[in-house]
Design a protein around this ligand. Structure first.
Ligand code: ZN
Length: 219
């Protein structure tokens, strides 16, 4: 028996989960020609192996078509809970940060057309770059968090959580009906308009007035 292998899959239970929300800003739904998701936003997941740290280089998947950036506000859960109410949601949040939901867009279109799950287009290695998290402060209004993504010094995406279709508190309520949220779980809350393809040599900067800024470069 290989001693380096964990005793069982449950050895990984403490690994944070990454929940991602799709079609949560109307201007982005329109730019991709998608239908609105209705009362509930679209939910998909990425494995913890998708995370990469601030200031690392981004190595893109090769030979699978375009890789799009999607800048997103990321929520980190602090206190575990299920069936969380919107009025109680704030007390379950530890921190906020900025991240990228990298997407193999051509492959995603193929999978969507075939009615297949999106994992191959969304959950590959390094598909969830995540900046430094900022502890939730009393002065931070979950419904008014601004952020932007610049590429090579030019602003490509601007977001504000006041434009979320399903707001941050409502997302915690929605997700915690199906999953018991645990400390360390991450929620990528969706992307505003302005998504586009990455190319090697690009420098990306994510920033917001109340959030840690972070950079990645594409190799
Ligand atoms: Zn996204």
């Amino acid at each position: 028996m290989n001693q380096t292998q964990p005793a069982s899959a449950f050895a990984h239970r403490d690994t944070p989960r990454i929940f991602c929300i799709g079609r949560n800003y109307a201007d982005h739904v329109q730019e991709l020609g998608n239908k609105m998701a209705g009362d509930n936003a679209i939910v998909f997941m990425k494995p913890a192996s998708a995370l990469i740290s601030p200031e690392e280089s981004l190595t893109l998947p090769q030979g699978q078509g375009s890789v799009h950036y999607e800048a997103e506000l990321v929520v980190e859960i602090g206190a575990a809970g299920s069936n969380i109410t919107t009025s109680d949601a704030r007390s379950h949040i530890a921190a906020l940060g900025l991240g990228l939901d990298l997407t193999l867009r051509d492959l995603q279109h193929k999978l969507k057309a075939g009615g297949e799950p999106w994992e191959r287009a969304k959950s590959f290695d390094s598909s969830a770059p995540l900046g430094q998290m900022t502890p939730l402060g009393d002065d931070m209004d979950l419904n008014n968090i601004e952020f932007e993504l610049s590429i090579d010094g030019k602003i490509r995406q601007r977001g504000n959580t006041s434009h979320l279709i399903v707001g941050v508190a409502e997302l915690l309520a929605m997700l915690s009906r199906d999953w018991t949220l645990a400390a360390g779980d991450l929620i990528y809350t969706g992307t505003p308009a302005g998504v586009g393809p990455l190319a090697s040599g690009m420098h990306l900067t994510l920033s917001g007035p109340r959030l840690a800024s972070t950079r990645w470069w594409v190799t």
